[in-house]
Structures are given as structure tokens and as C-alpha cells.
Design a protein around this ligand. Structure first.
Ligand code: C2E
Ligand code: CA
Ligand code: CA
Length: 628
């Protein structure tokens, strides 16, 4: 029907998810327009409005003229783009205009005398037949149906009909007007599809996915023994591929992955792209919950097959969280949230895993959340403090080389919380950016105070750990520079320990930051070497000075003598890249002896000292002999 043009009302409705159709007149030029406003969903979940406009002034005029003047009316009928038909009481065509002939792709003489029903879509014939009975008694406006052309194609039309009476008042038949809306329909269908699908992969989007899960919950409530499953698939290390091979290749990978996931599902299942590299699969009508696990296993195998992208063979894996239905779930949102929790647990255990959601996982998630809020608070009230573990130079006689700063948290109820428990959460929540800067400031300040007090401390190095997440913050190098100035600590006595994974996860950005840090005179060390996905060619490109062998390798020395070969290989490799080597986790003098023989420069571990509170660490500094 006719609607006042009130753009903001329309926007409100469109952004609420509705398709709004309206006819509106331009006040300036007086023309009439038909508009279809459809919501579309961008891949990042934001909304936009898509508007299709059709000029319908001619039809509006025609409608008016029909009422007003018979003479004009005849001319119009000959020239207008709308189709006009005159019917007798039996529904036989008695007159047509050229546009109607064009609409059906037929000559006038082949139409005259024929029942109009014959040209209609068989599906709708019944409806139209019923309508026809009324045509001759009442007027109708704006109903839709299809004509079928002789070539088999369909013409969608909107029809209006008016009852015709003879001079003496007897019924003569009807006069009908048809507007071709085929193109409009096609566009509406397309817009509706776009509103529900992801443009990159053509998979269902977030909205459609929520809808379908909602319907599955509904069906499960009505039917017993209705099994469904929701899979949350997140690609492992997609970001690395995207950053190193470029976004175009990343897009290509996502398309390939979407095909591979879809291959493992049936027609009635829904595969959706949920965000960046996240996919959701809804499996329906399963015979048993076990079926879902079979699908997941097949999916993992399918994903793992190598893919060739821009000349590179890559292998992708996914971490998958699974929610099995029926269950006591209230909404699609809830199900997706649980699937996401399960996916994160799967990922936490390493790549290429899957995990079925259970309430136990929920408890764990709640625990994490409590920890998260506790940690925010800890920052504010000062529950974090630093420990310092001595690092010893073993080459050319043992002497104190510096300290590694290690953060500690004293929780008011739980006591000491190990960094292995809270650092990953701080990384996940982003608190690590603030915590990391605080750690640097606090330890640099402490070191600076020792330097002031003890002249022999001026050569000591302070090693500080930097997490992956810290690389994604704005201007990390600039912030570090200002913090060191504030702490009065020279950058050339600072060493930053960075894990390989941290660098690989932010490859492009990390290289830029590392170069800047290096220019400032900061020493850079690769931490936990050997535990990540060491890419030799990549390490070579980074401005590194040190390599820190992970303690797991040092401790392997006890297990079997042949493990010496592995440590030897790492040390030789480091030296080839002109990096000095620090071994951590050195607990026994035998370790030190072996490492010294292999050419390792520095050691750190319980053999020398545990990490110490600042006062005890200071005693180490005080004991350094003054060389004259
Ligand atoms: P990491 O960087 O590999 O730190 C070395 C860990 O080994 C420390 O554990 C240290 O206490 C422990 N260690 C030292 N010597 C020995 C030894 O002889 N034997 C054994 N078995 N262990 C030894 P800690 O302090 O629990 O820290 C664990 C991890 O937490 C660190 O591993 C680091 O990844 C992270 N972390 C600690 N402090 C910070 C920090 O301030 N910032 C960031 N980003 N991460 C930190
Ligand atoms: Ca470290
Ligand atoms: Ca380590």
C-alpha cells in the first residue's frame, strides 16, 4: 500500500531486519517511485541498507487517468508499458493492448477469444479461477501471480481488475491491468539471499545460522528422539597464513575450507560462516548423537588434506567445539556460546582437536571469568609483584650476567597463583598489554636503583618477557622507549624475551616492532626455543641476538645421553645464526658441564637460584666482586 516517505522510520524497520516496500512521490519532480529496502549483513556482523528503486510514475498516471478520462485512457492503453486486458463474463479475452502481447510474447490475434486462465501458471490456476468468479462482481487491486509464456519462461505480474457494466447496467465482464514485476521479483530474491548469506563463501551467514539453530531447538522441544548437533569450527593459525601469504590467498583458503566442510554434511544441514575464520555447522535429524562425532572426524580428515595456494602447499587444521542436542538450551545464542566455549577448550589442548560441550566446561569457563575480574582488580590494588632469577655467564668463568624478571600474583583468597595459570588469561582478555607495561616499568625501575647503588651492576642485563598479544598494541616500541626513560634504565641493558609463536602469530607487525626495538639498542632473544613451530628461514630474517633453549631440552639431558645431540644441534644452529645461547632450567652441575662443553654461553636455573623477591636478588648484586 501507500506509505508516507519517512526515511528514518524506514531505516529503523530495515535495521530491525525487515524488508520494507513502499510507494512514494518525489515532491520536487512529482514522479512516483516503488522502493524495496532490504537489510544486508556485512561479514563482520554490521548491517547496511540496500535500496532498489523503480520509477512507477506511468502506472500511477495510468491509474488516475483510467478514472478521469476515457479518451486519454485509450491513448494510454496503446502506449503504456502496463498490460491491459478486457474479458467477457466467461473469462475469455476480448481486447488487449500491445504491452500485454509483449508481456506474453504473443500476437494479438492468438490471444483474442482465448480463456486468460490458459496463460497462467498452473500452480496458481486454482487461485485465479476462484478470483475470476469474483472478477465479474467486484473490483480487485494488487494481487500477484504468474503468466507462463509459450517459451516456458514466467512473467510475474501484479494485477488489478475492475468490473465492467453495459449501458443498461448488466454485467459485461472485467477490465484488468498487469504490471510486469519479474525483474523486481528477481532482485528481491537476490537481496533476500544476500541478506542471509556470506558473500565470500556463499554459505549461510550469522543471521540465517541463528534462525536455523532456533528452529532446531523448537523441533527438539516438540519431538522426542530428535538429535541435532552444533559444531563450532575455528581454523588453527589462519592468521599466520593470511599475514604471510596475503588476504587474497586467505580468502581463497576460506572458500576451499567452506567447500570441504560442506562436503561432510547433507543437504538438510546448515553450514554457516560465522566470522573471519569461524564456521558453524548445524547437523539435523541424526539417528544418534554418535553420528555427530563421525561427521567431525570426517571433517578433520577432509580439512587436513594439503591445499595448494599461490604455489605454496599449506595444510590447515581446525579446532572444533560440539554441542549435542537435545539439551536444556534456551536460545540459539546460548548454544553458539557453549559451542564456542568447547572450541576454545579444544584449542587450548593443542591444534586439530575437538571437544564436546558439557556443564563441566561451563564451570571452567565461569572460573576463568572470575579469574578475569579478579585480575582486573589485582592490577588496581597492587597484588602483582616481581621476582628476579639470576642468569649466569658460564663461558670463561662463572659470573652474574643479569636477571630474568618474572611476574607473581598474590591472590587474597587463593594465595600464589602460578603465572602459567594467569598469563594465558591475561593474554586472552587483553589485560596483558597493561600488565606487560607494568612489569617492564617495575623491573626496570628496580634494576635502575641497583645500578645507582652498586657501580658493579652497570653491566647487568634485565630480561623481560613479552607476550604475543603485546605485539598487536599500538606503538609498542614507542611505549617501551618512554617507560625506560621514566625508569631511568638504558635500553642497551634491556633484553626482551619473545616466543617464536608470538612472532609467528603477528609476523608482519612483529618484524616492524623488532626492528625498531633493535634500533633503540635493546637486545632481543627468542624464548622457549624448540617448543614452537620453528621456521628457520624466518628466524634468519629477524634482528635477534640470543636464543633461549627451553628447559624441557635441558632436562632431557638426564633421561638419555643421546639427547645431548639435540641440545648440541640447537646450540650449533644458534651459533650459525650468530646468536648467543641461554639455557634455562639448569638444575644440576652436570647440566652446566655438558652445556659448557657444547659452547653454551649462559645458564639460568635452580642450580644458581630460584626466582627471588627483589630484596634477595639485590644481595646477589651486592656480592658481585668489584674488578679493578
Ligand atoms: P619462562 O619465560 O620460560 O620462564 C622460565 C620459567 O622456568 C619460570 O617459571 C621459572 O621460575 C622456571 N624455572 C627457572 N629455573 C628453573 C629450574 O631450574 N627448573 C625448573 N623446573 N623451572 C625453572 P614461572 O616463573 O612460573 O613462569 C612461567 C612462565 O610464565 C614463563 O616461562 C613465562 O612464559 C610466563 N611469565 C612469567 N612472568 C612473565 C611476565 O612478566 N610477562 C610475561 N609475558 N610472561 C611471564
Ligand atoms: Ca622467559
Ligand atoms: Ca621456557
Amino acid at each position: 500500500g501507500l506509505m508516507a516517505a519517512c526515511p528514518w522510520c524506514v531505516n529503523d524497520r530495515v535495521f530491525a531486519g525487515e524488508t520494507v516496500r513502499m510507494e512514494t512521490q518525489d515532491q520536487k519532480n512529482g514522479r512516483w517511485y516503488y522502493m524495496v529496502n532490504t537489510p544486508i549483513y556485512n561479514p563482520d556482523g554490521t548491517m547496511a541498507k540496500q535500496t532498489m528503486v523503480q520509477d512507477i510514475t506511468e502506472r500511477k498516471l495510468a491509474e488516475e487517468e483510467v478514472v478521469n478520462s476515457e479518451a486519454k485512457y485509450r491513448t494510454l492503453i496503446e502506449t503504456t508499458s502496463e498490460g491491459y486486458v478486457m474479458l467477457d463474463c466467461a473469462g475469455l479475452i476480448t481486447a488487449v493492448n500491445p504491452s500485454f502481447c509483449a508481456m506474453l510474447g504473443m500476437e494479438e490475434q492468438n490471444l483474442l477469444g482465448e480463456p486468460i486462465l490458459e496463460f497462467m501458471d498452473p500452480e496458481n490456476q486454482e487461485v485465479v479461477r476462484n478470483q475470476m468468479a469474483k472478477w465479474t462482481s467486484t473490483s480487485h487491486r494488487n494481487y500477484e501471480f504468474c503468466f507462463q509464456r509459450s517459451d516456458g519462461t514466467e512473467v510475474n505480474v501484479i494485477a488489478s481488475s475492475t468490473t465492467l457494466y453495459g449501458p443498461t447496467g448488466e454485467l459485461e465482464g472485467a477490465f484488468a491491468l498487469f504490471i510486469d514485476i519479474t525483474e523486481r521479483k528477481r532482485m528481491e530474491t537476490q537481496l533476500r539471499f544476500q541478506a542471509m548469506h556470506d558473500p565470500l563463501t556463499n554459505l549461510a551467514n550469522r543471521t540465517l545460522c541463528h534462525d536455523r539453530i532456533g528452529q532446531a531447538l523448537e523441533r527438539a522441544r516438540r519431538r522426542s528422539e530428535y538429535y541435532y548437533a552444533v559444531l563450532f569450527v575455528d581454523l588453527d593459525r589462519f592468521k599466520v597464513i593470511n599475514d604471510t601469504l596475503g588476504h587474497a590467498v586467505g580468502d581463497q583458503l576460506l572458500r576451499e575450507v567452506s567447500l570441504r566442510i560442506a562436503e561432510c554434511t547433507r543437504e538438510l544441514d546448515t553450514v554457516a560462516r560465522f566470522g573471519g575464520d569461524e564456521f558453524i555447522v548445524l547437523l539435523e535429524e541424526m539417528h544418534s548423537p554418535r553420528k555427530a562425532i563421525q561427521v567431525v572426524k570426517r571433517m578433520r580428515e577432509n580439512l587436513r588434506k594439503p591445499i595448494t595456494l599461490a604455489g605454496n602447499e599449506v595444510q590447515v587444521t581446525g579446532s572444533i567445539g560440539i554441542v549435542l542436542g537435545p539439551g536444556d538450551y534456551q536460545s540459539a545464542d546460548e548454544v553458539v556460546r557453549y559451542a564456542n566455549i568447547a572450541m576454545h577448550r579444544a584449542k587450548g589442548k593443542g591444534r586439530d582437536r575437538f571437544k564436546v560441550f558439557s556443564t563441566k566446561l561451563l564451570d571452567h569457563a565461569v572460573q576463568l571469568m572470575t579469574m578475569e575480574t579478579d585480575m582486573d582488580n589485582a592490577m588496581a590494588v597492587g597484588e602483582f609483584y616481581m621476582n628476579y632469577q639470576p642468569i649466569v655467564r658460564i663461558k670463561g668463568g662463572e659470573r652474574l650476567y643479569g636477571f630474568e624478571a618474572l611476574v607473581r600474583w598474590h591472590h587474597p583468597d587463593r594465595g600464589q597463583v602460578p603465572p602459567a595459570d594467569f598469563i594465558p588469561i591475561a593474554e586472552e582478555t587483553g589485560l596483558i598489554t597493561d600488565l606487560g607495561l607494568w612489569v617492564l616499568f617495575e623491573s626496570a625501575r628496580t634494576m635502575a636503583s641497583w645500578r645507582e647503588k652498586y657501580p658493579q651492576a652497570k653491566d647487568l642485563f634485565l630480561s623481560v618477557n613479552v607476550s604475543a598479544r603485546q605485539f598487536s598494541q599500538q606503538d609498542l616500541a614507542g611505549k617501551i622507549k618512554r617507560i625506560l626513560e621514566l625508569a631511568k634504565m638504558p635500553p642497551d641493558r634491556i633484553k626482551l624475551e619473545i616466543t617464536e609463536t608470538a612472532i609467528m602469530e603477528n609476523a608482519a607487525q612483529a618484524v616492524v616492532v623488532l626492528k625498531r626495538l633493535k634500533e633503540m639498542g635493546i637486545t632481543l632473544s627468542i624464548d622457549d626455543f624448540g617448543t614452537g613451530y620453528s621456521s628457520m628461514s624466518y628466524l634468519q630474517k629477524l634482528p635477534l641476538d640470543n636464543l633461549k633453549i627451553d628447559l624441557s631440552f635441558v632436562q632431557m639431558l638426564d633421561v638419555a645421553p643421546e639427547n645431548i645431540e639435540i641440545v648440541k644441534a640447537i646450540i650449533n644452529l644458534a651459533h650459525t645464526l650468530e646468536l648467543e645461547v641461554v639455557a634455562e632450567g639448569v638444575e644440576k652441575i652436570e647440566h652446566q658441564n655438558i652445556l659448557l662443553a657444547l659452547g653454551c654461553e649462559y645458564c639460568q636455573g635452580y642450580l644458581y637460584s630460584h626466582p627471588l623477591p627483589k630484596e634477595e636478588a639485590e644481595e646477589f648484586v651486592a656480592r658481585i666482586p668489584l674488578l679493578t
